[in-house]
Design a protein around this ligand. Sequence first.
Ligand code: F6R
Ligand code: ZN
Length: 185
Amino acid sequence: KYGNPTPEIVFDAKNLSGKPIEKIERKIMDLNMIFKDKGASETMDQNQIVYEVDCYFPVENDTEGGLFFGITRIKPGKVGDEYFMTKGHFHSNRDRGEFYWGLEGEGQLLLMDEKRRARTEVIKKGSVHYIPGYIAHRVVNTGDTELSFGACWPSDAGHDYASIEEKGFSIRIVQKNGEQHIIKE
Ligand code: F6R
Ligand code: ZN
């Protein structure tokens, strides 16, 4: 009646640990399509890890009314002059929102609506970000240390990566003369 007890799961900026944790790794070879400088990504070590996600899925995928929990860690680094970042996605069920919160390091959360209007929020230790439905989201590590953040999203949100792989975001974050710059596509 009261559901299953939460297994002992703990998180910090480095990890989500406990029992049923699923781990996802994204390497350069998985991300060649998202960076602007294709030539630069092709010459890099294809096995280099760009980011990792530890997830806790207490219910089946697509369960209405359930929630998922994850910790993402993005390595510091660049492809050409563009900082390491997540693939980014809209939720397949477009109206599903999400929370992100910063744990360690510093970066930018890119938010873009379906009309491709984009804005950014600084993500760092202690920052809280509500991502409304219909908004694509991507995180960029602009620092020189690992950027770690938490996420909580509906179990029936789903991920639409294809729209972003095809059209990208309308803004990118690059480093010029040692400083971060937002460039419009
Ligand atoms: C879930 C969510 C995050 C991301 C994670 C990796 O809806 O937004 O848990 O899945 O930060 O980013 P993506 O999924 O864009 O590769
Ligand atoms: Zn999401």
